[in-house]
Design a protein around this ligand. Structure first.
Ligand code: HEM
Length: 222
């Protein structure tokens, strides 16, 4: 039996399944985070954040999510390295030259997302899980999110928004590519997945960007 890690379809399958898992995570994460804008007291968001940290199903999903990210990041980088090694001459006269910018720069956009995740996990996840900032009562989750996007820390907002735009470019290609690998396409569906992928990428980037922008405006004019 062909080894899933060495067969070419096996490799793409690993990237597609882990990628689709992350695509679903982003939708849930966005929905919870947007709650911060719909209640000025922050209670709605705090309750949702509390639910996300205490719910047993989410607790099981968390290590799976970490595994999904790790597999996707490290395996993707390894595959890109292997491809480049096998193709010493770049795409100057290649049939990939008409490919979209997103599809040719998946490694670059992936690296920026990885850098974003490192800063992001330190901003929130680390402070919530590994310090007593929240448990001691000195801050709520909503205060913590707002503190990062204060006008005087504008550089965080810029960094987050630039990362969301690159995330959208990464998602734009990965969405349709994942469905193509899983065989859920034919001529008619290929174009549909492209449009759905574009819409999804736009909703994710615009939806997440609204959070720092709205907090910046609310705090600036307070
Ligand atoms: C303005 C946008 C965002 C805000 C306000 C935000 C907020 C948060 C917060 C508060 C946490 C800690 C949750 C907890 O442990 O209780 C968190 C965790 C996390 N975020 Fe974000 N996030 C944003 C965008 C993103 C994006 C775009 C990604 C992925 C590319 C992402 C990936 C993660 C991951 C992997 C975790 C750790 C898992 C978890 O705790 O659920 N976040 N985020």
């Amino acid at each position: 039996m062909a080894n899933i890690f060495s067969s070419s379809i096996g490799k793409k399958l690993i990237m597609s399944v882990s990628g689709l898992f992350l695509i679903m995570f982003l939708l849930v994460h966005l929905t919870v985070n947007l709650m911060i804008l719909f209640d000025s007291t922050g209670e709605l968001f705090n309750e949702a954040a509390h639910f996300m940290t205490t719910n047993p199903i989410i607790k099981i999903m968390e290590p799976l999510l970490a595994l999904g990210f790790l597999i996707h990041i490290f395996y993707g980088t390894y595959l890109e390295y292997r491809n480049n090694k096998a193709r010493p001459v770049k795409y100057a006269v290649s049939n990939k030259s008409d490919a979209s910018w997103s599809s040719k720069n998946m490694l670059l956009t992936g690296i920026v997302i990885f850098a974003f995740l490192t800063v992001h996990l330190w901003n929130y996840f680390y402070k919530i899980k590994f310090t007593d900032l929240i448990s001691s009562g000195s801050m709520t989750e909503s205060d913590l999110v707002r503190s990062i996007f204060m006008p005087e820390r504008w550089y965080f907002s810029i960094f987050y928004i630039v990362s969301f735009i690159l995330l959208a470019l990464h998602l734009n290609h990965s969405f349709q590519s994942a469905f193509q690998t899983l065989g859920l396409n034919n001529n008619k569906w290929l174009n549909r997945w492209k449009v759905i992928g574009m819409l999804y990428a736009f909703v994710i980037a615009a939806g997440f960007s609204v959070i720092p922008i709205a907090i910046f405006i609310q705090e600036y004019f307070k």
